[in-house]
Design a protein around this ligand. Structure first.
Ligand SMILES: *[C@@H]1O[C@H](CO)[C@@H](O)[C@H](O)[C@H]1NC(C)=O
Ligand SMILES: *[C@@H]1O[C@H](CO)[C@@H](O)[C@H](O)[C@H]1NC(C)=O
Ligand SMILES: [Zn+2]
Length: 426
């Protein structure tokens, strides 16, 4: 059931959208994004329950499965990797792993990135990514027997670094987005394969698919250097840069796309998310429009009351504050923060980096566990990502904006909206 206030803002959104759409410029790969229909939006916000997948209180949530110590080349890392693989295979995604070995300051280690693609035949991909490994902390020397007991106690209580914001929560949010968008993505694939999706205007988005990349080995084993960090991202970027797409595969080809790397439209990297009130900054000019659209999605959802959750009223309309630092149109924070995006950025891939800056206070401490996570915050991220991605992929066919015209509540809502909009335009 939709509350009447929810319905009201949904109408409000579609009208605001009409007002805005004429301002959309087409520069730097920027394109206009169409707001979802009311029905699709309402369904997307509630299905699946936006808390279900990121609930640390529920031992079978996606988050709980990931939220264990999972440094590279350990059984737990393999457990999490297999969990990601089986979850996405269960949603009928094409899943592959990129497995390799590399020398680290603590010896040779095995790594495996997980790559899940909704439509492997699509010539271009939007990547949503995060790292799934947790930081390795060395154990203490075990040769002194009298210390053994203390060390074991210490290890059990303090050295169980689980990297809740870094980046278990972002990985769980990615699985949430995959689950929420899956029916819409499948319907879209059917339309594309049937040839009924594409009119001229839609052609650019029609040949695009969503890909999830879970990087292994993001963390340094000792101190962060160029060679001791982002093992998985460095390996995958180099591999894709030298993997030529064969014209003989059944994949639909575009002329300018020659390598797997060149087929990446944008790479969105999530990191250090899940703690209360993060601050996100736009780092790259070519994705400033995507940043702005994410801000606009947040604004629409917040104004409507979609962020208020349970007893928590700090996110109610009029009370919530944005997670995004308003972009100064003249200043771009070029370069940004060292992370998995760098080897892609250096090869020309367009990056949207969604990372809390400043870092969460618990960063790289044993306190980065479930207690660092805020459920209303993670729920809000899920809603923002669901709506942002659905609009990015135009997951609704044109002309499906269905609304019953004779619903008195809705007519009242429309009058209210018309009034608000005319007031706004004064
Ligand atoms: C592996 O994960 C479990 C929780 O599922 C944890 O109790 C255990 O300590 C972890 N093992 C290592 C070596 O970190
Ligand atoms: C393709 O789409 C058209 C129009 O929606 C529909 O009538 C037709 O049955 C579809 N064909 C297939 C093979 O799905
Ligand atoms: Zn880290």
């Amino acid at each position: 059931m939709l509350s009447s206030s929810l319905r009201m803002w949904l109408s409000w959104c579609s009208i605001l959208w009409l007002a805005q759409s004429s301002f959309q410029a087409s520069v730097l790969g920027e394109r206009s994004l169409t707001a979802l229909s009311n029905d699709a939006m309402a369904k997307l916000l509630t299905t699946p329950d936006p808390v279900k997948n990121i609930d640390p209180r529920n031992p079978s949530s996606h988050l709980s499965k990931i939220l264990i110590p999972r440094a590279p080349d350990t059984q737990n890392n393999t457990f999490v990797r297999n969990y990601l693989i089986s979850t996405l295979k269960g949603l009928n995604w094409h899943v592959e792993t990129d497995e390799f070995e590399a020398d680290t300051p603590v010896g040779r280690k095995k790594f495996a990135n997980v790559i899940a693609t909704k439509d492997p035949d699509a010539p271009r991909r939007l990547i949503l990514s995060a790292h799934f490994d947790s930081k390795y902390f060395p154990s203490y020397p075990m040769n002194q027997v009298r210390l053994l007991h203390a060390v074991i106690q210490y290890s059990l209580t303090c050295l169980q670094f689980v990297g809740a914001t870094d980046s278990a929560a972002p990985c769980a949010m990615m699985l949430d987005a995959a689950e929420a968008l899956n029916p819409l993505l499948e319907a879209r694939m059917k339309r594309i394969k049937n040839g009924s999706q594409l009119d001229d205007e839609d052609e650019d988005v029609g040949d695009l698919t969503l890909q999830l990349v879970f990087f292994d080995g993001e963390e340094a084993f000792k101190d962060w250097t160029d060679t001791d960090s982002i093992y998985g991202a460095r390996h995958l970027a180099e591999k894709w840069d030298t993997t030529y797409i064969s014209p003989h595969t059944k994949r639909r080809l575009m002329n300018d796309v020659t390598t797997e790397l060149a087929a990446i439209e944008h790479l969105i990297l999530l990191d250090l998310l899940g703690a209360k009130q993060p601050l996100i900054r736009s780092s790259f000019i070519d994705t400033a429009w995507m940043f702005d659209h994410m801000v606009a999605v947040e604004e629409r959802l917040g104004t409507n009351g979609a962020f208020a959750y349970d007893e928590e009223q700090s996110m109610a309309p009029g009370k919530w504050t944005s997670y995004f630092v308003k972009r100064n149109k003249d200043i771009f924070h070029m370069g940004g923060i060292g992370d998995d995006h760098l080897p892609f950025l250096n090869r020309g891939v367009s990056i949207l980096h969604i990372i809390a800056n400043p870092f969460p206070r618990v960063w790289h401490s044993s306190k980065d566990d479930a207690t660092a996570l805020d459920i209303p915050t993670m729920r809000r991220w899920n809603l923002i990502l669901r709506v942002f991605l659905a609009e990015y992929f135009e997951l609704e066919p044109k002309g499906s904006k269905s609304r019953s015209l004779n619903d008195p509540e809705e007519e009242e809502a429309d009058r209210y909206v018309a009034r608000s909009v005319s007031e706004l335009s004064l």
